[in-house]
Design a protein. Structure first.
Length: 266
């Protein structure tokens, strides 16, 4: 386990370096997890290890306030998470383009980073990705309050399936984040992304959503705004694509990086 100070916050970082084969391009994949009850462990065995075994270095980190990263009392705007990622890449001496993999809220961070730093992104994978448009903050707050209510009422069947024995500790951390910081207030301090800025992005983007996801509307908007988007909608699935369709998603992501790195290296 490594701890790196980025943007004044102590972040927990894990790196998986390809061992059985050399790193193809020198462009690592940065994995950005979801909000509230999530942390980097959701990527560790699902996608990050397979990506590293296939030849792309995988870097995961706990967002501020999540996992074992520091939980400052304030600073939870999207722009703060983007600044953390910028500072983390600087601290890791990654000046060149990287791949970004964003799950759920991690998609909002990835897109925000790409708009602010287009030359630092080789490609993006958005899994059930959010992004900051009108009404986004209100939807996020509603979702987070619903999660909190489920946990408080003991309605943990869905979360137990997803997080297993880690649920109790993760619920404690989520409660401390939601109720012990300016987290919910800061979500409303968001500058929405100008669709014209998305249209100017040239990096390839691979997006995967569940057919019945509560954020499927973002997929439809991304189709309009991103010129280099490849989209897959998985039938019968909701928001938990990462855990409910791991094998399918793993194949998509590994093949994506293999193709992208082959194109870059030509």
């Amino acid at each position: 386990m490594a701890e790196i100070i980025a943007n004044g916050v102590r972040l927990h970082v894990q790196r998986l370096v390809p061992r059985d084969r050399p790193c193809r391009s020198g462009r690592p994949a940065i994995f950005i997890h979801g909000l509230g009850i999530d942390n980097l462990s959701s990527f560790y065995y699902t996608l990050a290890n397979p990506v590293a075994r296939a030849g792309t270095e995988a870097i995961m980190y706990d967002l501020r306030g999540h996992g074992v990263s520091e939980r400052p009392p304030n600073g939870y705007r999207v722009v703060d998470f983007v600044a953390d990622l910028e500072a983390l890449l600087d601290a890791l001496d990654l000046a060149g383009p990287v791949h970004l993999v964003g799950n759920s809220f991690g998609g909002a961070v990835a897109l925000g980073f790409a708009v602010a730093n287009p030359d630092r992104v080789a490609s993006m994978v958005l899994i059930e990705g959010h992004f900051a448009v009108a009404g986004w903050a209100e939807q996020m707050e509603s979702t987070l309050r619903s999660i909190g209510s489920d946990l408080a009422a003991g309605n943990t069947q869905l979360w137990q399936k997803t997080y297993g024995r880690k649920l109790g500790r993760m619920a404690e951390l989520a409660d401390a984040l939601i109720n012990g910081t300016t987290f919910l207030t800061d979500l409303h301090k968001v500058d929405t992304i100008d669709p014209r800025a998305l249209q100017e992005l040239t990096c390839p983007v691979r997006a995967v959503y569940g057919e019945h996801s509560d954020v499927i509307g973002y997929a439809h908007q991304l189709r309009q705004f991103l010129p280099s988007l490849t989209m897959t909608v998985l039938p019968g699935l909701g928001h938990f694509v990462l855990t409910d369709a791991t094998a399918t998603l793993r194949e998509i992501v590994v093949n994506w990086f293999t193709t992208q790195d082959s194109l870059i290296d030509r």
